[in-house]
Write a protein that binds this ligand. Structure first.
Ligand code: BES
Ligand code: MN
Ligand code: ZN
Length: 503
């Protein structure tokens, strides 16, 4: 979708549709909506009076313009309760309007800046959120549908013009729109990777996409194959890979936006391209969405690619161990002991706790590269979904400021993150009889014992672990989240890195 800024009065806007808004319980249209209402001879106001427009969040009322404006239709988007209004509701209203545009065959629409007047939101923030909402909300993964889907695709909104009458504000609106478009584009890139069937999105395919993205964005990419991993002693990744016919790939992407500095932050993404559970096989139901087990890896690749475009003055290295977890004839067994790259040994008591295994080697790699801080993103535990549900990620770490800054970036992105503790007392749940640690700590505090396992390998490095098992993949459409891959936490990570680079 093309997002542009048009310095125009809304009466002059030429396109298929015009998007205005209304709060719930608002008696009379205000601001730009009042101007549209005047052109429509009070029709919007009458519909509010008659209760045909309620202004609920997600509600979109289509009113044919009947030649009174230079568009076919006026769409009145509900912003919901004025008291609860925030940037995320702008995204949701924008998503609903963009989707309705598609449904009624509008290809080009103009929109007012929701909340930039009476809503107390800056024009730049509103523009960013509108762009994100429209792009993410109109998203569909339909490349595997034959004809029917193709038609649907044609009916998508193609261009959205942000209407700003004040030339003096157009610059900041343009900046906001540009940022929103980049953030949403990165999330879409991740969604597309995750939604691919698992036999397509193999470790080799992830590596190829990373290499291509790197070329496009000017980011250096190195892919280590099995031989390299053997040389580096990555026994944990190789242990997981043993059950699969697919070769693992260890992807490293380096963005250097501050070439004068030796410092670099590290991002690690879990890249299990399919999680069958291995010999500790998952039941059929639990396996259904397991193509999404590379969501963390997809997010890291998408973020590294976006950095090449946004060019912040910061150095970042992205690391993605990409592996399939399968129960093949040479699969690792329950009871096996793996030697990790760090030299520490792990008893595999459950082959379905594979994510922490591959992360252990990736963490050691990041430590040797002297990356700091290190943030990992992983669909790591079902326990985190039990604790926080499917719209919130869990955050863990050993540095309050780091974890706090990630949670704040999440709030700016509209991605919910909640911190969970890593109590030393629970470390004993990971104790092994035969090795330095075991890879599953039992059913209590499952998300925490997984984080403590990672902490064992992070050692004294400054780290934050995001468990995105819940929010990475959606069971139903909701606002700008579409069923399937969500692109979480791509926008959070980009906000965080942009803030670290000084904006
Ligand atoms: N990929 C799963 C976690 C997961 C569950 C992601 C549900 C998304 C939705 C992970 O590899 C896993 O299987 N974890 C086990 C760990 C257990 C064996 C200690 C789990 O959560 O059951
Ligand atoms: Mn698993
Ligand atoms: Zn997994």
């Amino acid at each position: 979708m093309q997002i542009r800024v048009a310095v125009k009065e809304l009466k002059e806007y030429e396109g298929d549709a015009l998007i205005v808004n209304i709060f719930e319980k608002q008696k009379k249209p205000g601001g730009a909506t009042a101007a549209a209402d005047a052109a429509l001879k009070g029709l919007v106001a009458r519909k509010i009076e008659r209760g045909e427009i309620k202004g609920k969040l997600g509600e979109v009322t289509v009113i044919p313009a009947g030649g009174r404006l230079r568009v076919e239709n006026v769409l009145v988007a509900g912003l919901g309760d004025r008291e609860k209004f925030d940037l995320d509701r702008v995204r949701q209203a924008s998503a609903a309007a963009a989707r309705r545009c598609g449904e009624i065959g509008s290809k080009r629409a103009g929109t007012v800046l929701h909340g930039a007047g009476a809503g107390g939101i800056s024009p730049a923030d509103s523009a960013r959120a509108i762009a994100e909402g429209a792009i993410l909300g109109a998203y569909a993964f339909d490349r595997y549908r034959t004809k029917k889907g193709g038609k649907k695709d044609e009916k998508r909104l193609r261009a959205l013009d942000l209407l700003e009458r004040d030339r003096g504000r157009a610059g900041s609106v343009r900046e906001g729109a540009r940022l929103g478009t980049a953030l949403a584009g990165a999330a879409v890139f991740a969604r597309d990777m995750v939604n691919e069937p698992p036999s397509e999105m193999t470790p080799a395919a992830m590596a190829r996409i990373a290499v291509e993205a790197g070329k496009e964005a000017g980011v250096e990419v190195k892919v280590h194959g099995k031989k390299d991993m053997e040389k580096m002693g990555m026994g944990a990744i190789l242990g997981v890979a043993r059950g699969s016919a697919q070769q693992p790939a260890f992807i490293v992407m380096r963005y250097r936006g501050a070439p004068g500095s030796k410092d670099a932050a590290g991002l690690i993404g879990k890249g299990i391209t399919f999680d069958s559970g291995g010999l500790s096989l998952k039941p059929a139901k639990a396996m259904e969405d397991m193509k999404s087990d590379m969501s963390g890896g997809a997010a890291v690749i998408a973020v590294m690619r976006a950095l090449g475009t946004l060019k912040p003055r910061i150095n970042v290295t992205g690391i993605v161990p990409a592996v399939e977890n399968m129960p093949g004839g040479s699969a690792q067994k329950v009871g096996d002991v793996l030697k990790t790259m760090s030299g520490r040994t792990v008893e595999v008591v459950n082959t379905d706790a594979e994510g922490r295994l591959i992360l252990a080697d990736a963490i050691e790699y990041a430590r040797r590269e002297k990356l700091s801080p290190i943030v990992d993103v992983a669909t790591l535990t079902g326990a985190c979904v039990v604790a926080l549900g499917d719209l919130c990620a869990g955050a863990f770490g050993n540095d309050d400021e780091l974890v706090g800054s990630i949670i704040a970036a999440g709030a700016a992105a509209g991605e919910k993150i909640w911190r969970l503790p890593v109590f030393d007392e629970y470390k004993e749940l990971n104790k092994s009889d035969v090795a330095d640690i075991k890879n599953a700590g039992g059913k209590d505090a499952g998300a925490i014992t997984a984080a403590l396992f990672l902490g064992f390998f992070y050692n004294d490095a400054k780290w934050c672990h995001l468990d995105v098992a819940g929010p990475a993949f959606a069971k139903k459409d909701k606002g700008y989240i579409r069923k399937g891959a969500t692109g979480v936490p791509v926008r959070t990570l980009l906000h965080w890195l942009l803030a670290r680079s000084g904006g």
